[in-house]
Design a protein around this ligand. Sequence first.
Ligand SMILES: [Zn+2]
Ligand SMILES: [Zn+2]
Length: 162
Amino acid sequence: MTENSEPVPSITGGCQCGAVRYAMHVPRVENAHACHCRMCQKATGGVFAVLAGCSKDRLEWTRGRPSFFASSNVASRGFCPGCGTPLTFAYNQPEARIYVTIGSLDDPEQAAIGRQYGVESKLSWVRFCEDVVQERSGETAEDAAFFASIRSNQDGVGGEST
Ligand SMILES: [Zn+2]
Ligand SMILES: [Zn+2]
């Protein structure tokens, strides 16, 4: 069997009520990470988000469709309209990855995180994956300019992160 004839394995998941299901048609997720930024806290209702990505054309909605909230001018977040489970995060550019919430995967073991972002908003009492690389938002000049351009649509949360 040649590599080309092997089917691409799928990584699957869905919301808690089962109305929305997805498949990521990739051999493995990309850039699995945690984000401690204030906007991810607000969007998930948790104290950080854990997200795993693939290119947008590799994500297929296999049952139902999420609703989307434009959490800022540069990104939107998908959630089940029936049960509210947070499902996706993506920047608006077509070439940007779409991320799914690791907790919504059928097998979250497929998405061990390799990086932590937004650690300037990491809560003082959170002890989580302490050995994983941590990065502040806007560390480089390019990143700082990008973060400065973000306008939040979240109630009471500034646009310093996404
Ligand atoms: Zn649901
Ligand atoms: Zn974030």
